[in-house]
Design a protein around this ligand. Structure first.
Ligand SMILES: Cc1cc2nc3c(=O)[nH]c(=O)nc-3n(C[C@H](O)[C@H](O)[C@H](O)COP(=O)(O)OP(=O)(O)OC[C@H]3O[C@@H](n4cnc5c(N)ncnc54)[C@H](O)[C@@H]3O)c2cc1C
Length: 431
């Protein structure tokens, strides 16, 4: 491990899950870290988000109190499981939940609520500086006095210098442009999601939909040709959330999220189990979002030429929701970056960031692909085949994804690359 010299100053752009994970992990590794976030205040925005048990392991290791705070916000399917139906209404199979593991729990809940738990942890518990209302307009390598090695410029004109900049600024990343040296065009994945989150009042008042909420949390899916509809109730059935993934070839511009119209949702449900329309009819129209799904081919690199700027989370790799791993992979990035910086030390930041990319790149690309394979398995289901093997429609639970210990793996790789556990450096790094 690197000898303790001047601590590394880490600048993080963006306070999404990638930015928060990078900040928490860097703080735990004894590095100085500051987050610069464009939003003037952090509101509980969004709706359903998934964290696999590979994320639960990270949360629990950071602090068990985080898990205690997040679990009551998360769906609890120990009694209900995931009930999968054909779009015409026939029940196909029920995928049972795995027993809860407090060392590595699965957490699925409201993005904004879970996000604010982490924000409070970062700012109040760890005392990491989070500067809100700071839009980063550019980042650069090399500084006039040679003191810092990289920095950012804010919309206010203020320049901030540090040793390393981590661009966690989401799918429309500014940092990406600098790392690649050119703008990247986001592509439509050919799909969009209608999504909504609302309280259970109208669902529970209707005898035909009441069962979705009255006995606690539930999760139901209807699979049709090139469409799937997922409905969950959470927090003891108090809140309801649904997502409808369907074909959509709209051009992706700088906007990808729009207010949705219930009339457009009903069109998709022609010929479907009438319960689907009934559930949607309880949705307050102002809670409906039409969210275009982006696909981005893997970038050639996540690290700048000079080696002092790296991308993490969605700015490096956007995920389709059907992978259920976008936010989790963002957490894994942050953990890995901190581990690499800790091992490499302040004098070898480019090696650290290249090690991060080396450790993460293939895994991320492979997990990204599962977003397509799961969608295709559902959208192109052969119903004769499903009759023979109903479990083929279950959500995949692959151990290489969910059983992964990002921190353990990064430690092991860094030991090989940078030194040994006794603290000796191995001279030349192998990056
Ligand atoms: C408001 C919002 C709502 C979302 N809702 C959902 C949801 O309901 N379900 C779901 O699955 N996923 C949702 N996502 C996406 C999801 O959070 C990410 O896909 C995933 O967690 C990876 O996180 P990330 O940190 O890489 O990116 P993001 O979560 O997108 O975070 C990026 C952060 O960087 C900030 N930022 C961007 N540009 C700049 C800049 N120039 N300067 C400073 N800060 C900047 C953004 O304000 C944001 O806070 C949402 C994202 C956002 C920002």
């Amino acid at each position: 491990m690197s000898s303790p010299t001047k601590p590394i100053n880490v600048i993080v752009i963006g306070a999404g899950f990638a930015g928060l994970s990078t900040a928490i992990s860097c703080h735990r590794a004894g590095l100085n870290v500051t987050i610069y976030e464009r939003a003037p205040a952090l509101q509980p925005l969004g709706d359903i988000i998934s964290f696999g048990r590979n994320a639960g392991l990270i949360f629990a290791r950071w602090d068990r109190a985080l898990v205690d705070e997040m679990l009551p916000l998360s769906i609890d399917l120990r009694h209900h499981g995931f009930r999968i139906h054909k779009y015409t209404g026939e029940h196909v199979t029920t995928q049972h939940s795995v027993p809860r593991d407090m060392e590595a729990p699965t957490i699925n809940g409201h993005r904004g609520e879970l996000h604010l738990v982490l924000v409070r942890y970062v700012t109040e518990r760890l005392g990491v500086e989070l500067r809100l209302g700071c839009e980063v307009v550019s980042c650069f390598e090399g500084t006039p006095d040679g003191e810092g090695r990289a920095g950012i410029e804010l919309a206010s004109g203020e320049k901030v210098y540090g040793d390393v900049v981590i661009g966690c600024d989401g799918v429309h990343s500014k940092a990406r442009e600098l790392v690649l040296g050119h703008e990247t065009k986001l592509q439509s994945s050919g799909y969009a999601i209608f999504r909504a989150w609302f309280d259970n009042k109208d669902i529970i008042a209707d005898p035909l939909t009441r069962h979705l909420c009255e006995n606690g949390d539930t999760f139901n899916g209807w699979i049709g040709p090139d469409v799937h509809f997922l409905v969950s109730s959470l927090k003891g059935g108090k809140d309801v959330c649904w997502v409808l993934t369907h074909k959509d070839d709209s051009n992706i511009t700088d906007r990808w999220s729009f207010p949705g119209k219930l009339a457009d949702v009903y069109k998709i449900f022609e010929g479907w189990d009438p319960i689907c329309r009934r559930i949607v009819s309880k949705t307050p129209e102002d809670s409906l979002i039409d969210w275009k799904l982006i696909w981005q081919d893997p970038l050639p690199t996540w690290v700048s030429k000079g080696g002092h700027i790296a991308l993490a989370g969605d700015s490096a790799h956007a995920f389709l929701p059907t992978s259920t791993q976008g936010a989790t992979q963002a957490l894994e990035d942050g953990v890995t970056i901190a581990t690499c910086l800790k091992w490499a030390g302040r004098e070898r930041i480019p090696e650290a960031l290249r090690a991060f990319e080396k450790i993460r790149y293939d895994r991320v690309c492979k997990v990204q692909e599962t977003g397509k394979t799961t969608r295709e398995r559902w959208h192109k289901a052969s119903w004769d085949e499903v009759e023979r093997n109903p479990k083929s429609l279950e959500l995949p639970r692959e151990d290489w994804i969910l059983g992964h210990d990002a921190e353990g793996h990064a430690e092991e790789m860094c030991e090989r690359i940078f030194g040994d556990r006794s603290g000796n450096m191995r001279g030349e790094s192998k990056i």
